[in-house]
Each structure stands twice: as C-alpha cells, then as structure tokens.
Design a protein around this ligand. Structure first.
Ligand code: NI
Length: 257
C-alpha cells in the first residue's frame, strides 16, 4: 500500500550526501510521493529544483514565520513567481504563526500568513500551516480567511489541543501528524489523533527533524513515515492498510496529486 509524506525539508544539509538513496528507501517503503516545503525564498527554489529532479517529489513554496524577519526585498516576489510558474509546486507554505521561537515580530508573521493565504486562494492551491504556541491566533486568522470561501489547508505536525483540532476540522482543514505523536510522552496527541476522522487525517515526517519512535534520534527521512502510519493504525483501531489508503487519498485530494 502507498503512503505520502506530506511534509519534508529535503534541501536540508543533512540530505546533501544521500538524497537519491533516501528517496530510493522511501519508494521501497511504499512512499509514492513526498511534499518538499520551503521555509524561505532560497529553500523554496531548492524545493522546486529537487521536485524537478526527482519524480517522487513535489514542492511547496513559502516563507516560514520564523524566517519572516530575515526575508529580503524581493524574496516574497520570488516565492510568488515560483508558485505561479513552476508546474511541480502543489501548495503554498510553509506559513503560519509561531510564538515559541519569537524570531520575528508577531504582526510581521501575521502579515506574511495573510499574504500566503491570499496567494493560495488566488492560485487555487492549498496552504500548509506551521503553528507553534499560537493556536488561538491561527484559528482566528483562518476564521477570517473562511469569509472568502472554503479553506484548503493542513495543520502540519499537529501539536495543539483538542479544542484547536475541533476548530480546524470545523473549518474544513486536514490534520497531519508527525513523529512526535509516536513519543511515549505524547498521549495527549494520540488522544486527539483518535478523534480525527479518517477522511481528514494526513501523515508526514517533517524530516530531517524529530524521527518517530523506533528510529528516534536518527536523522529523519521520508521512509520513516511508515512508523507514524503504523502508530496511528494502533491508536485508531484501524489496519495499517486503512490508514495508508485514507491518508494517501486525503493527500491526493488536498494537493491535487
Ligand atoms: Ni516544516
């Protein structure tokens, strides 16, 4: 059965030596698609280049909230141009809000988030949300955006509470779980995952960060998404095949694959 790793950062230095081998391992593990997301203009360009070089990979372009303060004049325009012109760009992101790292003034993050959502709507593409300790702010921004029409988006590496998950589901979003949901201390996330309907569930690695439990501590890579899918099957009392089938169908619907 196939799997789709809906969130990877393959441009990271930690893949510089073995990206083709890592993608071959992903394919061997049943991963049929990897979405590689930029976090700034340069990594967005790199994500497109990787997608153009590897049939397994598609790209998303954006300026992540923690990169917002470092964005130079012209960076946003470069992201827009990639989104408009490059056939393998399937989504806008990652974008969102982050109060944890505090690397960019919050009002600047909010302006960036709004610009990403507007670009996604103009180009009829989904967007990918990074949210860290800013759940109420993200939900508020999404509610405002929903006045413009239905929202096509995913809360990536979900780490919020049950109320946030409900609000996101109500707004029509998908919810994606990364390696964190497999960690022994993350019972709260497993309780939330149990309640997310199968038709709104996605899986991701967020590699190279935070590898799932059996391979925790290693550099994360797309093949490891299978561990997260297996855990979700346990949590939801479903078969691994059911999780694979639903999450793959959902990813295809969201990203238009
Ligand atoms: Ni990410």
């Amino acid at each position: 059965m196939p799997l789709i790793d809906t969130h990877a950062h393959l441009f990271d230095d930690r893949f510089a030596k073995d990206l083709p081998a890592a993608l071959a391992r992903a394919a061997a593990a049943g991963v049929e698609r990897v979405v590689c997301l930029g976090i700034d203009a340069e990594s967005s360009r790199q994500s497109v280049a990787i997608a153009n070089a590897h049939p397994l990979v598609v790209a998303a372009v954006g300026i992540q909230p923690n990169s917002a303060a470092e964005a130079q004049p012209g960076d946003w325009e470069a992201v827009v141009e990639l989104a408009e012109r490059e056939a393998r760009v399937v989504a806008i992101g990652e974008t969102g809000l982050d109060r944890y790292w505090d690397r960019a003034p919050f009002d600047l993050q909010e302006r960036h988030f709004a610009a990403h959502m507007a670009l996604a709507r103009r180009l009829n593409k989904p967007f990918v949300i990074h949210c860290r300790e800013a759940e109420a702010d993200v939900v508020k921004a999404l509610r405002a955006e929903s006045a413009n029409g239905p929202i096509r988006a995913v809360m990536h590496s979900f780490s919020g509470d049950a109320a946030t998950a409900s609000a996101c589901l109500e707004l029509g979003l998908y919810i994606s779980f990364a390696g964190m949901v497999t960690y022994p201390t993350a019972q709260n996330l497993r309780d939330i995952a149990r309640e997310v309907p199968l038709d709104r569930l996605l899986v991701e690695t967020d590699c190279p960060y935070l590898a799932p439990q059996p391979v925790r501590g290693k550099r994360n890579e797309p093949a490891f998404v299978a561990h997260t899918a297996a855990l979700l099957a346990q949590v939801k009392g479903a078969s691994v095949a059911e999780i694979e089938e639903h999450t793959t169908r959902n990813a295809k619907a969201l990203f238009g694959l």
